[in-house]
Design a protein around this ligand. Sequence first.
Ligand SMILES: NC(=O)c1ccc[n+]([C@@H]2O[C@H](COP(=O)([O-])OP(=O)(O)OC[C@H]3O[C@@H](n4cnc5c(N)ncnc54)[C@H](O)[C@@H]3O)[C@@H](O)[C@H]2O)c1
Ligand SMILES: [Zn+2]
Ligand SMILES: [Zn+2]
Length: 705
Amino acid sequence: MDLKSTNRAFGGEVRKYTHASSSTGTEMTFSVFVPPAAALHAVPVVYYLSGLTCTDDNAVQKGGAFKAAAEKGVMFVFPDTSPRGAGVAGEDESWDLGTGAGFYVDATNEPWSKNYNMYSYVTQELPKLIEQNFSVTSLKSIAGHSMGGMGALAIAFRNPDAYASVSAFAPIVAPTAVPWGEKAFEAYFGADAATKGKEHDPCALLRKRGSAFPQFDDVLVDVGLDDQFLQTQLKPELLEEAAAAVGQKVSVRRHPGHDHSYFFVSSFMEDHVRFHAEALARKAAADASEGPSAPISAVDAATLASFAKTAGKPIQCSAAVAWGPKQPLTHETVTVAPPRAGEIRVKVISNALCHTDIYTLDGHDPEGLFPCILGHEAGAVVESVGEGVTSVQVGDHVIPCYTPQCNAPSCIFCASPKTNLCPTIRSTQGAGYMPDGTTRFTAKKDGKDVPIFHFMGCSTFAEYTVIAEISAAKINKRMPLNKACLFGCGVSTGLGAVWNTCKVEEGSSVAVFGLGAVGLAVVQAAKMAGAARIIGVDLNKDKFRVASQLGCTDVVCPSDHEKPVQQVIAGELTKWGVDYSFDCTGNVDVMRAALECAHRGWGESCVIGVAAAGKELATRPFQLVTGRVWKGTAFGGWKSRSAVPKLVERCLSGELPVDHYVTHSIAVENGDVAAATNAAIDALHSGDCLRAVVTYDDRNAAAGP
Ligand SMILES: NC(=O)c1ccc[n+]([C@@H]2O[C@H](COP(=O)([O-])OP(=O)(O)OC[C@H]3O[C@@H](n4cnc5c(N)ncnc54)[C@H](O)[C@@H]3O)[C@@H](O)[C@H]2O)c1
Ligand SMILES: [Zn+2]
Ligand SMILES: [Zn+2]
């Protein structure tokens, strides 16, 4: 997806993008209006389909939707009206067929069928792209003008569960019975025009259904009485007749003096934005309170009630404190101060151990600060919020994220699609403090209060911790927190390295060095991306069984070979090397091997592992001159607050299983977080551990659907 332009509007932003479309086989352009609310939370989306001859620009520049959309907190998406430059014979001969006139159908007739697939584009490909790349919920509505009004009505009537509401300006309501529709359907469907056309004819769809849509309690339609196409092409009365026949409410409003233009559309746009915003809000509320996908509160009433008592006061709780490098964690009762402005205090329910915690505890991080509370892969519940916090509330389930996402308009990192490295609280986080330069933790040592440093902005080896609001990813309450914690670091990182940092394509070859949780997440993501060959490399052969189950086609143990492993991969297993390689060990010699087994001419190698202090990378420059690319990733390139909740949704939907990462589960007993965490550290060192999940609060950990 390429960003072509950005313009500020009504506190939000209008952005234009192009991308390669699999539906049309061409480059497609679309525009979006991102409302200011999207910086704080995911927003619902209205898809707006334009009419004949339009591009995405017409409604963007003349539709007048943004003021109300900004107020209501809805995003608008404006797709183009057809593929462009597809090279189909005749596509540019008339204005009502071909270019600018896709009619939102999937053509079945040659020569149109290859590219003219606007139905799939608008209903499948584009929403998926939007949901992957923007801070949006899965709730959507649809609207359109003229041909786009027809498209909106037909799409909503065909997929009533997918849209909260539908509205139209001057729609072609019965395309099979008017010249524009007859001409287009004859071209796009050929001999099947009569039957196929009915599947895109709003009136025919209503009559065929034979009853009202419980999903749409009203359908809003505006027409101008001086519209030059009213009698010949639009015929709104046919929609009223069909709706009346099946008992569907449709509100057709007729406006004297108005024509077919954007002067007409923009005059009534605000009503449509409100109509959709209200329906979207109703659907969100209904989803939240009932139905099989309803979120449930995994935290019991007693826990929630206890939050009301502790809010605003210091909390004394158990924590595992690291007093110095190479020392075991000790059990301490620490005092956790209430959150200050822009901060939240959370109750940690579960924590998975990541290698980076051990790396710091073992003294390999020269910037490691002691005494500190380590831990950064957790599932937690918000206990209280500091002044000015609006994006999370008490009782919300969150994953603390060491890579924050401030989304401030002035943050060029958050605004860029190229990176997730928001620097807003970087300096204080690195120094072991909260953003105001102080700590919220104190412990008693020899009778004195000793301040304790924070770690990676998380410090989750404690029953309660304080994090910045911009570090909290709010997730679906249906996700058990003892699994959710996995998304706090290693698993998300491996997935993102493949999908975001390297964008591994279908059919490519991949080598993964180190088959711990991070490496296995790389394997899982590469498999999901359709990689044809996945070579797993590890010194520990015990890792090979699960690696093969997850998708490795080959496994290599470097100590089985005389030659350096890079020469086994590039030379024996493949001729020229692999398209993508990943270091998931943190060993700089392995990083070199990973680069050198990348394909001559285009292979990319991604450093994920964190190397020990003072280590440097080496290779011959010729490796890069001959086309290899060396890159690295932090947290898999995910913009934490918008991306982590979506990963959790994909996990809940069954698309992204993660249970296999949890090889050890340890419960905190007698409130001793340190003993349980030390046991997890021993497990991680044992060699057969991927993730050891420590549960601080058993009662609330596994609750879920
Ligand atoms: N970039 C990031 O944002 C990020 C995030 C999380 C973790 N990490 C880092 O990623 C690395 C992997 O994390 P993990 O939790 O999966 O660790 P892990 O210890 O569970 O797994 C590492 C694997 O590498 C194997 N290995 C070690 N030396 C090897 C060698 N010379 N050749 C082949 N295999 C070898 C080990 O046997 C083990 O299976 C760590 O360095 C961690 O600090 C980075
Ligand atoms: Zn980590
Ligand atoms: Zn930022």
